[in-house]
Write a protein that binds this ligand. Structure first.
Ligand code: SAH
Length: 214
C-alpha cells in the first residue's frame, strides 16, 4: 500500500481524537493489509472494521488507536490482550511495549495471527488458544490489559490480574447500540472506572462457550 494510504489513515485517526504520536507512528508503520483477507485488501487503510472470518472483525483503526492510547504504554510495559483476532491490535501493542500476552478462542484465527507476527518479525508476543475471561494467571500482574470483545460487565478475574496503578480498557455492554469503552484503573485496594466512548464490538464469549470453540 502506498504511503499516501497510510498517511490518510493517520489523518482519519487524528480526526477521531487519537493524539499520541507514538501510537499514530506505530499505526502508520504497520501494514494493515497483512491482517485482512485478500478480498478486503483494497479497504485495509480505510478507517473501518473488516470481517476476518469466524464471524469476527478486525477493529476500526481509530478504535485501536484510542484504546492503545488509553493504556499509556512504555517500552517496559507487560500487556495482556483478550481477543487476538487478526493480530492487528496485538502488533500495535507489541511495537509500543516490552511483551504482549494474547489469548484467542478460535484456533484458526490465532494460527493466522501467529504467522503474521513471524512475517513482521514481532518476537515479543506470547500467544495462547483458550478462554481469555480467565486471564493469564501465571504471568499476572499486568500493567495493562486490553479486551477487544464486548463484555456484559468488567470481568472481575481480569481486574484482579491488574498491577497496582495498572489500567484495563474493555468495551462494556451486551448490545451494539449501548456499548462503550471503559477504562478501569487499579488504585490501592479499589478500582476507578471511567467511560471513554461509545463503540460497537463483537461479544466476549463467556467461559463455557469459549472452551468449546478452541
Ligand atoms: N483485536 C482484534 C479484534 C478481534 S474481534 C483484531 O484487531 O483483529 C474479538 C476477538 O475476541 C475475536 O477474535 C473473538 O474470537 C475473541 N474472543 C471472544 N471471546 C473470547 C474469549 N472468551 N476468550 C478469547 N478470545 C475471545
Amino acid at each position: 500500500m502506498s504511503d499516501e494510504g497510510k498517511a490518510k489513515l493517520v489523518m482519519a485517526l487524528r480526526k477521531a481524537g487519537v493524539t499520541d504520536t507514538a501510537v499514530l507512528g506505530a499505526i502508520e508503520k504497520l501494514p494493515r493489509d497483512v491482517f485482512v483477507p485478500a478480498h478486503f485488501r483494497h479497504a485495509a487503510y480505510d478507517d473501518v472494521a473488516l470481517p476476518i472470518g469466524h464471524g469476527q472483525t478486525v477493529s476500526r483503526p481509530a478504535v485501536v488507536g484510542l484504546m492503545t492510547e488509553a493504556l499509556c504504554l512504555t517500552p517496559r510495559t507487560k500487556v495482556l490482550e483478550i481477543g487476538t483476532g487478526s493480530g492487528y491490535q496485538t502488533a500495535v501493542l507489541a511495537m509500543l511495549s516490552r511483551r504482549v500476552y494474547t489469548i484467542e478462542r478460535h484456533r484458526p484465527l490465532l494460527a493466522m495471527a501467529e504467522q503474521r507476527f513471524g512475517q513482521l518479525k514481532l518476537f515479543n508476543i506470547t500467544t495462547r488458544a483458550g478462554d481469555g475471561t480467565l486471564g493469564w494467571k501465571a504471568q499476572a500482574p499486568f500493567q495493562c490489559i486490553i479486551v477487544t470483545a464486548a463484555a456484559a460487565d468488567v470481568p472481575p478475574v481480569l481486574a484482579d490480574q491488574l498491577a497496582e496503578g495498572g489500567a484495563m480498557v474493555v468495551p462494556i455492554g451486551s448490545d451494539y447500540a449501548s456499548q462503550a469503552i471503559v477504562k478501569v484503573v487499579r488504585e490501592g485496594s479499589g478500582f476507578t472506572t471511567k467511560e471513554m466512548r461509545a463503540v460497537p464490538f463483537v461479544p466476549l464469549v463467556p467461559a463455557d462457550t469459549a472452551r468449546e470453540a478452541v
